[in-house]
Design a protein. Structure first.
Length: 567
């Protein structure tokens, strides 16, 4: 699997990737962190403050659990010993299948302890994709939570390289070896026989596109640590700080922001099995949480719940990190006015480990509002150290301030490559930057800092009569309409203009009509950008991290394919 031709088709591609993984002329091989691997970071934390609480876990059923750094390391060593007993060696891959659990965190770090890559499986995907991910990644062993044992067992014939399944749960079914039982036989004194290096693969995250097979994003241990360092430094985190995780661990946001980042700055983390609006502020107050990372969908849920957060002591709560989905100016404004909690908007992709930019945390309240509200799109902020960003034309030419083009990223957080996908790697790295596939622009502040904005996925741009229309611009107006709970713009096939603009809307007011939505849009948008059709729906499909799946609902507008809409 190490044959470079499986991933990169030519020496040119190899050179392009190397340049895309440099930052400010510093090559990826020049490490900018003091640790030799993730295990050394964990040992450093135990040596400095071994009895300090590192992980607090809230399961859906059962009571709160907590683990000190020392207790966590003991479990990591035992799990690493268990993996070794099943023949797992440095360079291998393992899968984790299930929802957020404390033992999943242990399994991640045990794999990294050995120099083994983790392939997180999103159980929300269909069986075909799950089988593809487990087969394509060549995972040899899978930790599968009891609730999903039968499902994965039924797929096993399609996963040729999967040798072992370990069942994870307090009440195992008995079909496969029990993780808990096997762990009891292992030693806390276990040492890795072949210590990991920063260049070892750590995560293979499969992208969740709406069409085609997902691509495996290969991230190394150094990718994870340098991005964790950048996030910690940007947000001013230190060993007195605590974060909370409400996002799924199968995605880089949950893993990098709220696991590796607290480990990097020597703090602690509160892990929730699932997100619940009713416990969100209560747990922040009870556990003295300083920062939480969310996606915009969760902000919408919290607003809809209209929680009386004044009953909780949130004096230590600093701000909310928000990214991984389309935040609108309207949603940001309503949330900040309702809860008086600043949103630090940011942006990144699995391919860039996680975050590449954030709004600065030292902005005045006026400046913060300016960058979130005054440009039609909320700014995603300024590139963080460890990477750099730009806006390019289709030809890879850097574009001037204010001009729209493709967001590109270069840095030490850029992935190794897409696994066994030389065609995707050739196009993605063609211009010696990582090409995000997102359209955006930047504006400078008085200090010449570039504040970036995202206007939408290039593949989701609505091309009406040959003119590109950014759907996020229309989303803003749809969501500002009274009675709209949530709404998105959708480009649908049309015989007259190639594509026309539609809107898929969730009602917040049952009396809301199609005409009201369209009239609101006509007040704020030119005719070409106004939705011509509004479809009301009980839900809007999103990925597990809250990204709208516009292409998944295009078929709902098929009846209007041959309609010419009059002005």
């Amino acid at each position: 699997m190490n044959d470079i031709s499986l991933h990169l088709a030519s020496e040119t591609d190899l050179a392009n990737v190397a340049l895309a993984r440099s930052v400010a002329g510093v090559p990826y091989t020049v490490r900018e962190i003091p640790y030799r691997n993730i295990a050394e970071l964990l040992h450093a934390r135990v040596e400095k403050s071994g009895d300090k609480i590192w992980l607090i876990f809230y399961p859906e059923q059962g009571s709160r659990k907590e683990y000190s750094y020392r207790q966590f390391l003991a479990l990591v060593r035992k799990t690493a010993a268990l993996l070794t007993s099943f023949g797992i060696r440095r360079g291998d891959r393992i899968c984790t299948v299930g929802v957020n659990r404390a033992d999943t965190v242990v399994q991640y770090f045990a794999a990294w302890f050995l120099g083994v890559a983790v392939v997180p499986v999103n159980i929300g995907e269909d069986d075909k994709r799950i089988a593809y991910v487990m087969e394509n990644s060549h995972a040899k062993l899978a930790f599968v939570q009891t609730a999903f044992i039968q499902r994965i067992s039924a797929l096993r014939s399609q996963i040729s390289g999967l040798v072992h399944i370990l069942e994870v749960g307090e009440e195992a079914s008995g079909f496969f070896p029990s993780y808990n039982h096997e762990l009891e036989q292992m030693s806390e004194a276990f040492q890795a026989p072949d210590p990991a290096e920063l260049s070892d693969e750590a995560l293979i995250v499969y992208t969740s596109g709406t069409t085609g097979l997902p691509k495996g994003v290969v991230l190394e241990q150094y990718n994870l640590l340098i991005d964790a360092k950048g996030i910690a430094d940007w947000h001013g985190m230190d060993d007195t700080q605590r974060m909370m995780c409400v996002l799924p661990l199968h995605h880089v946001n949950g893993t990098v922001v709220t696991l590796l980042t607290p480990m990097y700055f020597g703090g602690s983390v509160v892990l929730n099995q699932k997100f619940h609006t009713r416990t969100f502020f209560e747990r922040i107050a009870k556990e003295h949480v300083n920062v939480v990372s969310v996606v915009p969908t969760l902000l919408q849920f919290l607003l809809h719940e209209n929680i009386d957060h004044g009953q909780f002591d949130l004096s230590r709560f600093r701000h909310i990190i928000c990214g991984a989905g389309p935040l609108t100016c309207d949603l940001a404004d309503r949330f900040e006015r309702t809860y008086r909690i600043p949103i630090i908007h940011g942006y990144g992709l699995s391919e860039t480990t996680c975050y590449s930019c954030f709004l600065p945390i030292d902005l005045t309240e006026e400046q913060h509002r300016h960058w979130l509200q005054d440009f039609g799109f909320p700014s995603i902020g300024v590139a963080i150290p460890g990477n750099e960003m730009d806006i390019h034309s289709n030809e890879g030419i850097s574009l001037p301030e204010g001009e729209r083009g493709e967001i590109v990223i270069r840095g030490h957080n850029v992935m190794k490559y897409y696994y066994k996908n030389p065609e995707a790697n050739a196009s993605t790295f063609a211009n010696q930057w990582f090409r995000s596939g997102d359209e955006g622009f930047y504006l400078k502040d008085g200090n010449e800092r570039k504040f970036f904005f995202i206007t939408g996925r290039l593949k989701e741009l609505i091309i009406r009569g040959g003119v590109n229309i950014a759907p996020l611009e229309i989303d803003e107006v749809i969501n500002s309409c009274p009675g709209v709970k949530a709404g998105i713009a959708v480009g649908f096939e049309n015989d007259w203009y190639g594509e026309e603009v539609g809107a898929l809307v969730q009602k917040g007011d049952v009396a809301l009509t199609e005409e009201q939505v369209i009239e609101r849009c006509k007040m704020q948008l030119p005719y070409s950008k106004c939705p011509k059709v509004v479809i009301f729906s009980e839900e809007i499909p999103v990925t597990s991290t809250g990204k709208y799946q516009r292409n998944k609902v295009k078929h709902l507008f098929e009846a209007w394919k041959n309609v010419q809409f009059p002005k």
